[in-house]
Every structure is written in structure tokens, then in C-alpha cells.
Design a protein around this ligand. Structure first.
Ligand code: SF4
Length: 166
């Protein structure tokens, strides 16, 4: 089971460049980032994130074109199933913010965008050039997987979120 924190769910414009994104905080994080910004997300808190809940969140936030899992939780099978459900039922992009150094290719290819890298205070978050974190746009074609590093977009001022992503 995956759990999310309902009160933290919001529509965001910057986490995935040029997408209108519904961001959902997943609890039970197994990360150990030094300087973790949300230590409570390591706890077993929140409510079950099911297909019905996801459907309702997307319906209630009409117009979003990306669903973002902020964290992986502890149930990769449910994570993948929900990702596939969102694509099949709603036809929108799906993104994953992982705090891990690397994400298995098998998991990565399920998503349209994947962020990797733990938060390291002295290196900073995605929007500073010293960051160790990376956001990739993922394109899986047959056995091949192509990763486009979108991180430099976070270093430019004035990303226009209203420019449609292709
Ligand atoms: S990924 Fe890292 S920063 Fe995010 S909740 Fe988990 S431990 Fe904290």
C-alpha cells in the first residue's frame, strides 16, 4: 500500500517544467537525506492512495496534465500499478521524485519524468547549479531508454509554465 498526505496535495507549476502538475506527497519514505526538509514523510502517516483516490484527485483538479509522486513509499508494485492506471485512465504524464541516487531502469521506464538524487544541504536543491539532483525526461522505446536531462531548465529564470510541453 502507498500512503499520501492529503493536506499537502497541490497543483504546482515548477516541479516539472512546462507542465501543470498535481503533486502528491507520499509518506513512508525510506530515504536518509541529511537535512531532510520533511522528516515526517518518513513516518507511516496519511491515507491510502488507491486508484479511486487518484481518480478523484485528478477529477477535482481538472486541467492538470501531469501527476507527480513526491516520493516512492515502500510498495513499488503499487507505485507502478498506479502509474499505469493514471496513464491509461486519464492520459496524462506521470512523474516521480525519488530521493535515491539511482532508480532501476525497470521502474524508470514506467514514468515520463524521474528526479533522482538525495537532498544534500551543501549542494542545494534542483534549482541551483551546484545540485547533485537531476530531473530526467524519460522516453522508452522497445528495449531502449532515452534520458533527457532537464535540470538546466531550473537554472534559467522565467520558465514559462504555459508553454506546452511536446
Ligand atoms: S527523500 Fe530525503 S528529503 Fe525527501 S522525505 Fe525522504 S529523506 Fe526527506
Amino acid at each position: 500500500m502507498l500512503k499520501y498526505v492529503p493536506g499537502m496535495t497541490s497543483v504546482v507549476m515548477e516541479e516539472i517544467p512546462r507542465m501543470v502538475t498535481l503533486a502528491v506527497d507520499i509518506s513512508q519514505c525510506t530515504g536518509t537525506c541529511r537535512g531532510c526538509h520533511s522528516p515526517f514523510l518518513r513516518e507511516d502517516i496519511g491515507e491510502p492512495l488507491t486508484e479511486e483516490v487518484v481518480d478523484s484527485l485528478i477529477r477535482d483538479n481538472y486541467g492538470v496534465n501531469c501527476f507527480l509522486f513526491l516520493g516512492e513509499g515502500r510498495d513499488p508494485e503499487t507505485l507502478v500499478n498506479l502509474c499505469r492506471h493514471i496513464k491509461a485512465a486519464h492520459g496524462i504524464k506521470v512523474a516521480l521524485y525519488s530521493g535515491r541516487e539511482k532508480v532501476e531502469e525497470k521502474l524508470m521506464r514506467e514514468f515520463d519524468y524521474v528526479k533522482v538524487g538525495p537532498y544534500i544541504p551543501e549542494k542545494g536543491p534542483l534549482n541551483v547549479k551546484t545540485t547533485n539532483q537531476r530531473l530526467y525526461k524519460v522516453k522508452a522505446e522497445g528495449d531502449e531508454i532515452f534520458l533527457e536531462d532537464m535540470t538546466p531548465l531550473f537554472w534559467r529564470k522565467g520558465i514559462d509554465p504555459n508553454v506546452a510541453e511536446k
